[in-house]
Structure formats: structure tokens, C-alpha cells
Design a protein around this ligand. Structure first.
Ligand code: GLC
Length: 753
């Protein structure tokens, strides 16, 4: 190119890095070329030392880890004060990867960047509860716009792990228990993020379904069961969202660490699924150099978080010795560059600038309004009247300040954040199975949208009084002299810790029961990370699941309570009556004093045997003939719907046609759901459609099942097998609703994974 003979030894320049390659001499910037071609062009100009820059990442803060190469001034200058940094290579015009968490907005946990606020989406579980892929896309697109404005070109988003363990501390960050729903919703969120030229991950690959002992546990499950559940969610999310990177997880899978598991990373992800992006590690999830490199890890995300800088000097030595072929090193870098080209990081470099707060808050509020679930509405206690002169008691869960969010790396400091919104939670003890468990203390970050303020705004004629709820007697006294009582209750969840059971923490169950005894018109608003038990359910008139409702959550809750919005959320997780119904009554590894011990008391073995296999959530409840408290897919409306005229056509898959009718007196949205029971294997969701109907309106809906959803995975033959036979179909508004049923014959068939 510049007259110099460049010797390319197996893919890297064999001379010391030369001078800056002038912009006009960078053919890889020709956007008409394919991402692969562009990656090869720049690779051929790269030295081996430069290659190592792209595969050996740093924690995104300038802290100097012990026994690590000194952070150079050049590296420190690039530090994005966030989760991660992959330094750029200015000589070749390669931008740095400035990585931020995550799925709920541009995170700033621990106030790493003092005062840097961002719009906080509702929890991913709430967005899943919308059953509306457009909401997921809109949310992803919005947080990516904010990421760009703050200088980040990677969002470590796309939490795809199934809510196999509903006590999992990150249930709020994921999209529920069903692989089709989770795959579609996370895939659309990723697609939304990447529509803004921000690279997204899908994470945590794979089976990181609980937080207890996450860095040592082994998730043990058969290949077939994993393929039909957790891996199917990832497969669908990858097909829908095409994430630039996959983040491998902390845990082991069948005793192999996920970030060095050849079967997961190379045979399934890159082989069967043909994934062309790159695999980055979770922060501290790398445990080797040669094994990780050879088995499919492409980038060590945070060399200061791992025990060693595995992809630093040790990998250079391994390549020099031939333990890791140069071709594999080239492939690692090719994948990273390819994704950077494919996702627009070269062609649309991020430029810092202002965020459109009002527009972005509206995205958060719209999602919240569509994902809040009405669970109970006896005596039509809801919607409340805006005009009525009445006394309303609002009790509990800091409803006078804001709405809760989940803790951990996904923590966003929402717009309007202040220290006042960081409140203590947890502590105390609880007796479970005869043992006294200690509840960990934590700080929960509220988002500045106080339900109390918004309720007052919606009902100017009413006298609305607040009681904190920690003093039950005071709350009861207020409830007694009120026309109705709205009790807000909170289940805190955070990364790194699982909840010990599904009871509302503290004295909240007692609070609800006492208020309900004092006032016959009691409404409970749940602000939870996942499902909770409800021993007081028959004592209250109304129950609304508001999840973690994001930066405009208080407004969304109030608009639902007063009927400005007709609730249309549906449960993305099964709510059990008690934990004894779950496949694992106690989470493996959890101990009353907070210590973690291994399986059967072993000091070293942390095997979590997922013997429920692919029977996650409603599949388990149906298989075990267990009645849930509220089923997957369930949700009420202020109107009513009929699902009728079901027609099913068989053949090599199943095609469905049916009508949805609004049989009530006000407009509303519902989610029509199709479940199929194959001749062998358990029932599964094969399709859903959210429809918006005026009173009396009918809409015809057609759906076709992805044949993999009708199939069982044959691990020996490594293929999906559709059994010949009669398939039972049900249409309705939840996993247990049988508004219409039919059956049809499906031919035997196989599908390559
Ligand atoms: C954390 C999380 C991961 C996050 C990463 C960077 O430990 O497991 O989801 O993206 O580290 O903060």
C-alpha cells in the first residue's frame, strides 16, 4: 500500500508496528465490503502485539490490579469509568470498546461516575410481561441512544437466562421462564440496541440461573434438556437480535467452566448455531489460558478481575510456543473486528452529547404501563375514581419517594436521582424449615417517580395520606379511617445473592393482613423482582404486580390504578402457592447464616442438579399436576376477552387461526397464547399475539409454530426430532386457560440445530 513490502506471517504483520496508516489508506473503511472482508483487511495490517490488545480487556476503572502489567498512561486516558475497556488501536483507526452495563439503562452502580444519571427502564421481567416485542425494541433503542451520548459503544445487555430458579437474584434482569418469550423479548431488545450502532451482548451463556455460588457451581443437566430450555432461549435471541458478542458465564456446566467449555462455545454456539461474533468472558470468569483460547473464548473482558491476566503474557507465550495456533489467535481477533464492523462501531463512532430526557422517560413509562399485571380485582375495586371525594390511605415501600430497582451491575441511577433515594433494606431473620436464616442487608435505589405524588395528582378531590408501613399500628389506624387502602410492598433482588424464599421480606405479609382487617377495600401493589407468595390473597380486593417499574413507575402505577391505562401485562413467570411446589425447595448452596456450602454439605462440590430438565416454570407445574397461585401468561383487564374459532392445520408443523373479541365495555389489549402438548414431552408455548381491541371489536390472528418448539432434542444424534402423531392445542389467556382446544396431526421430521 505505501510501497513497503509487508510480510504477513500467518495473518499478522511481521514487522514492528509502523506509523499511523493514513485515513485514505484504510481499505477496511469501505463500507460496501462485508464485515468479514473488512476484518481481514485490517488484520493484515496488524502486528501480533496489536492483536493482543483486542483480546485482553480491562475493568473500566483505572484501578491497578495486583500482579498485573502497569496501567499505562495511554490506557488510563481511555478509561470509560464503567464496566470495561478494550483499548483502541489509533494507528489503524480501530476504536476502543467502551463497555457499559446494561439491559435497564446506562448503569452507574456505586456512583462510579458521580452524578451521572440516565433513564432507567423498568426491569427486563416487566418488559417481558408486556408480551410486546415492540416494547423490548423501543427500550433497547432508547438505552443505546443514551449509551452513545455518554460515549459507550458496547452495552453488556441481553440477559437471557431463564427464570428456572424464581428466587434467583437476577430474575428481574431476565425475561422469564419460557424460552420462546425470553428469546423473542431479549432478541428484540438486542436488535433495538444495535439499531443505534451500539454493540450488544447476550448473556450469561449458559445456565447461570442462580446467583448462589455462581462462580463455583456446576449446573448439571442433559444436553437435550438444556437445548429445549435455556439454550433454546439463547438460540432464539441470537436469531432475532444477532448480538455482536456473547458473554460466557461464571458457572460451570456439567463441571466445565462455561468460558472454557468447548461443547458450549465451539460445538453449539459457533458450530451448530453458526455464530460469527465473539465470545467475551464475564468479569472474573476466566480460569485458564490455553483451554479457554482453544475451546472458544475470544476475549478476556477484565484481566484485573481474573486470578491471572490469562490472555496477556501467558497467551503470548502460549502462541509463541505453538500451544495456541496463530490461526486461532487470528480467528479471535477476526471475530471481534467483524462484529465491530457489522454493528457500525467503525462507521458510526459514538459522539458524546445530550440525552432527550422527556422522550426517553416516555419510553420507560410506556413500557411500565404495558407490563404491569392486574392479578386480582374483586368487586371491581379498580379502576379507582378520579373525581370521588374519598380518603385514600397509601402505605409502605417508600411510595412517598419512588419505586424500587434491582441491585448489581445493572444498577442505573435514574433521572432525578438523589441520595435520599438510596434506602436501606433487608436485615433481620426468618425461620425456614426450623432453621433461623439471616436476611442480608442492602441498599435499594429508588427511581424518582413517587406513587404517592402521582396518586394525589390523579385524584385531586381525594384526601390521600401516607404511612410508611414499618409501624403496623399506625398503618392500621390510618386504614381504619380511610375509604380505601393501597399497600405497596417490596421484594428486593440484587445480583450476586438469591432471595432465600418467595415470602415478602420483613413484616410486609403481616402489614397487608392487618390493613386488610382494618379496611374492607384494600389493594396491594407488589413491587417485586420476581414471583412472591401471598398468604393474605383472599383478604384483599385488588392485587397489582408492578415489578420494578422504572423511571416513571409511579406515574404508570397511578394511571393503571385510576384507569387512565387499561392493564395488559401478563405473567412471564409462574407464581407458586409455596416454594415447596418448586423443583428445588431450597436453593443449593444457600445456608441460614449466609455462608455457602456445597451439595450435601461438601466443602468443594457445588453441583446443582437440574433434574427438572426442560420442565421449567409452567411445564413443571403441569407435569407435576401442581396448581399455581397465578399461572404463566395470566393477567386481568378492565374489559374482557373471548378467544374463539380456533382452527389448526397440521403437516410438517402447526398453523393456527383464531379470533380474539373484546366482550367488554372499554378498549383494551390482551395476549392470546397458543400452547401445544406433543405426543411425548410436556406442553409448551408455541406462539402468542398481543392484540388491541375496541369494545366489541374482533381481530383474526394467524400464527405458525417454529417446528423446534414441537420437537424433542435428540442429544445422541444432535438433531431436533418431531414425533409423528396427534398434537393437542389450546388457545387462551394463560398457561392453564383452555378457552378453545383442537388437535392436528404432525408428520415425523428432523431439524438440524
Ligand atoms: C458482572 C455481571 C455481568 C456484567 C459484568 C460487568 O459480574 O455478571 O452481567 O455485565 O460483571 O459489570
Amino acid at each position: 500500500m505505501n510501497g513497503k513490502v509487508c510480510v504477513v506471517v500467518l495473518g499478522f504483520l511481521a514487522v514492528a508496528a509502523g506509523a499511523q496508516v493514513p485515513a485514505q489508506q484504510r481499505p477496511w473503511m469501505n463500507a460496501s465490503l462485508s464485515p468479514d472482508a473488512r476484518a481481514d483487511l485490517v488484520l493484515n495490517q496488524m502486528t501480533r502485539d496489536e492483536a493482543f490488545i483486542l483480546i485482553d480487556g480491562y475493568f473500566g476503572m483505572p484501578y491497578q490490579a495486583a500482579n498485573r502489567p502497569l496501567l499505562t498512561a495511554e490506557i488510563k486516558a481511555q478509561m470509560p469509568m464503567s464496566a470495561g475497556l478494550i483499548p483502541g488501536i489509533p494507528r489503524l483507526g480501530i476504536p476502543a470498546l467502551t463497555e457499559s452495563d446494561a439491559s435497564l439503562g446506562v448503569a452507574n452502580g456505586g456512583n462510579m461516575r458521580p452524578g451521572d444519571t440516565a433513564t432507567a427502564l423498568p426491569s427486563s421481567l416487566l418488559t417481558a410481561a408486556t408480551f410486546n416485542p415492540e416494547q423490548a425494541f423501543a427500550g433497547g433503542s432508547m438505552i443505546a441512544r443514551e449509551a452513545r451520548a455518554k460515549g459507550y459503544n458496547v452495552l453488556l445487555a441481553g440477559g437471557t437466562n431463564l427464570a428456572r430458579e424464581p428466587r434467583g437474584g437476577r430474575t428481574f434482569e431476565y425475561a422469564g421462564e419460557d424460552p420462546l418469550l425470553a428469546g423473542i423479548m431479549v432478541g428484540e431488545s438486542i436488535r433495538g440496541i444495535q439499531s443505534q450502532a451500539v454493540l450488544s451482548t447476550a448473556k450469561h451463556f449458559a445456565l447461570n440461573d442462580q446467583e448462589t455460588a455462581r462462580t463455583v457451581m456446576s449446573a448439571n443437566i442433559s444436553d437435550a434438556d438444556a437445548r429445549e430450555s435455556d439454550l433454546l432461549a439463547f438460540e432464539i435471541a441470537l436469531e432475532r437480535g444477532d448480538p455482536g458478542a456473547i458473554m460466557c458465564s461464571y458457572n460451570r456446566v456439567n463441571n466445565n467452566y462455561a468460558c472454557e467449555d468447548h461443547y458450549l462455545l465451539t460445538e453449539i454456539l459457533k458450530g451448530d448455531w453458526g455464530y460469527r461474533g465473539f465470545v467475551m468472558s464475564d468479569w472474573g470468569a476466566v480460569h485458564s489460558t490455553v483451554a479457554a483460547a482453544l475451546n472458544g473464548l475470544d476475549q478476556e473482558s477484565s484481566n484485573g478481575s481474573d486470578r491471572l491476566d490469562y490472555f496477556g503474557p501467558p497467551l503470548k507465550e502460549a502462541v509463541a510456543k505453538g500451544q495456541v495456533p496463530e490461526t486461532r489467535l487470528r480467528n479471535m481477533v477476526h471475530r471481534i473486528l467483524r462484529s465491530m464492523f457489522a454493528k457500525g462501531l467503525f462507521d458510526r463512532p459514538v459522539v458524546k452529547g445530550p440525552i432527550d430526557v422527556d422522550a426517553d422517560l416516555a419510553v420507560a413509562q410506556t413500557a411500565a404501563e404495558e407490563g404491569i399485571v392486574l392479578l386480582k380485582n374483586d368487586k371491581a375495586v379498580l379502576p379507582l375514581s378520579m373525581a370521588k371525594r374519598q380518603k385514600i390511605a397509601v402505605i409502605g415501600a417508600h411510595a412517598d419517594l419512588g419505586v424500587p430497582s434491582g441491585g448489581g451491575s445493572s444498577q442505573v441511577l435514574g433521572i432525578g436521582h438523589s441520595k435520599e433515594l438510596e434506602v436501606p433494606t433487608g436485615g433481620g431473620t426468618r425461620v425456614i424449615a426450623g432453621e433461623t436464616w439471616t436476611l442480608p442487608r442492602d441498599t435499594v435505589v429508588l427511581h424518582a417517580s413517587a406513587p404517592l405524588t402521582e396518586i394525589r395528582r390523579m385524584a385531586p378531590q381525594a384526601k390521600v395520606t401516607y404511612a410508611a408501613g414499618d409501624d403496623i399500628a399506625a398503618a392500621v389506624a390510618l386504614a381504619k379511617k380511610s375509604d380505601l387502602a393501597i399497600v405497596f410492598v417490596h421484594q428486593h433482588m440484587r445480583e450476586g445473592v438469591d432471595v432465600i424464599d418467595l415470602s415478602l421480606p420483613g413484616n410486609q405479609d403481616e402489614l397487608i393482613a392487618a390493613v386488610a382487617a382494618a379496611n374492607p377495600h384494600t389493594i396491594v401493589v407488589l413491587e417485586t423482582g420476581g414471583p412472591v407468595t401471598m398468604p393474605w390473597l383472599d383478604k384483599v380486593d385488588g392485587v397489582v404486580e408492578a415489578w420494578y417499574s422504572g423511571n416513571r413507575g409511579g406515574a404508570a402505577i397511578a394511571r393503571i390504578l385510576f384507569g387512565e391505562v387499561n392493564p395488559s401485562g401478563r405473567l412471564p413467570v409462574t407464581f407458586p402457592i409455596t416454594e415447596s411446589q418448586l423443583p428445588h425447595p431450597i436453593i443449593t448452596g444457600q445456608r441460614p447464616d449466609g455462608r455457602i456450602i456445597g451439595t450435601n454439605g461438601s466443602p468443594t462440590v457445588y453441583d446443582v442438579i437440574y433434574n427438572e430438565g426442560s420442565k421449567v416454570g409452567y411445564r413443571w407445574f403441569e407435569d407435576q399436576k401442581l396448581p399455581p397461585l397465578f399461572p404463566f401468561g395470566y393477567g386481568l383487564s378492565y374489559t374482557s376477552f373471548a378467544y374463539e374459532g380456533l382452527k389448526v392445520t397440521g403437516g410438517n408443523t402447526l398453523a393456527f387461526g383464531f379470533d380474539v373479541r373484546n366482550t367488554g365495555t372499554r378498549a383494551g389489549k390482551t395476549v392470546a397464547q397458543i400452547y401445544v402438548k406433543p405426543p411425548y414431552g410436556e406442553t409448551r408455548l408455541v406462539g402468542f399475539s398481543k392484540v388491541d381491541l375496541a369494545p366489541g371489536e374482533v381481530k383474526h390472528v394467524t400464527l405458525t409454530a417454529d417446528p423446534r418448539l414441537l420437537a424433542m432434542f435428540d442429544g445422541d444424534a444432535n438433531i431436533w426430532r418431531v414425533t409423528d402423531g396427534e398434537y393437542q392445542v389450546r388457545l387462551g389467556g394463560s398457561a392453564t386457560d383452555k378457552a378453545a382446544t383442537a388437535s392436528a396431526h404432525v408428520n415425523a421430521g428432523t431439524i438440524r440445530p
